[in-house]
Design a protein around this ligand. Structure first.
Ligand code: SAM
Length: 287
């Protein structure tokens, strides 16, 4: 919703809304998949929305992109082959390529329009697109994973829109079963899993689906993200032949690349699941 000089996203399910003051609409495109809009804001730099939902702002996207990448890559002993599903703004790809161990990073976003708009309006996120290790494809991630060879990937990052429209199938047992098949032993899949406060059941359901797909461990990482519903967000991972709660202890004491939000201490903190969510997760395991 564009109300005068404010962009507002209403979250009907939680009776709340988030607004940013805007100075200009810079871009609008209806692609075959979704409506992409880009605005200039007074305090948050540029803002991208898809179908009226906030995707990212210049000011705070580093938190999301770092937390979608570094906990999973650093928990994996050999993060050589990485697949990003979605992630068309290329911010996650940029973080992934900071890891020297990565030899090949494939990004599969269904909508080329998101990447082209990001190159124009968020060029700082696209600086690694020409890295020789990077490969960009514009395709449906669900079909891509179905056709991928077994045991060929070390880390899968699902950086998608919410579970509606083209992204719906990225949250299903079918999809996670395909991820399990495609991952090597010691491999990790991570997917954004919504707000622990306003949609904890999304997290509970994802743990269930990851478990049912055959993964040996599940781990949720929480982090602040003020532009998403409630300002508190999460990502949930599944480990194949790896205990994610223990993998954090093998993370090197210092990083050989720069971050703005991620730190080793923060990695431990992000894994501290609040008691109310822990209780919901334990309860769901009993059924
Ligand atoms: N951080 C964002 C959020 O949670 O709001 C996600 C940003 S990223 C721009 C989301 C991307 O997922 C979009 O570019 C969209 O085109 C892509 N996407 C949605 N469904 C997809 C699918 N089935 N396969 C590949 N990409 C998909």
């Amino acid at each position: 919703m564009l109300d005068g000089k404010w962009f507002t996203e209403i979250f009907a399910e939680s009776g709340s809304a988030f607004s940013l003051q805007i100075t200009d609409k810079l871009y609008e495109e209806q692609t075959p998949y979704q409506k992409i809009e880009i605005f200039d804001t007074t305090h948050f730099g540029k803002l991208m929305s898809i179908d009226g939902c906030v995707m990212l702002s210049s000011r705070d996207n580093f938190i999301y992109h770092e937390m979608m990448s570094h906990p999973a890559l650093l928990s994996c002993a050999t993060p050589e082959e990485v697949l990003i599903i979605g992630g068309g703004d290329c911010g996650t790809l940029k973080e992934v390529l900071k890891h020297k161990a990565v030899t090949h990073a494939v990004q599969v976003d269904i909508d080329e329009g998101v990447t082209r708009a990001s190159e124009n309006y968020f060029p700082e996120l696209c600086t690694s697109n020409n890295d020789p290790r990077a490969e960009l494809h514009f395709d449906d991630g669900i079909a891509w994973i179905k056709n991928a060879p077994a045991e060929s990937i070390d880390v899968i990052i699902v950086d998608s829109t919410d579970p509606v429209g083209p992204a719906e199938g990225l949250f299903t047992l079918d999809f996670f079963s395909d991820c399990y098949r495609v991952l090597r032993q010691g491999g990790i899949v991570i997917q954004q899993s919504g707000s622990p406060l306003v949609c904890p059941n999304e997290i509970v359901d994802m743990h269930q689906v990851i478990r049912d797909a055959g993964f040996d461990s599940q781990q949720t990482y929480q982090f602040p993200q003020c532009v998403y519903p409630s300002g508190w967000w999460s990502a949930t991972a599944g480990g194949k032949g790896i205990d994610l709660s223990n993998a954090v202890n093998k993370v090197p004491a210092t990083l050989d690349f720069d971050t703005l939000f991620y730190s080793i201490a923060g990695h431990h903190g992000a894994m501290a699941i609040p008691p109310f969510l822990q209780a919901l997760l334990e309860d769901s395991r009993k059924h």
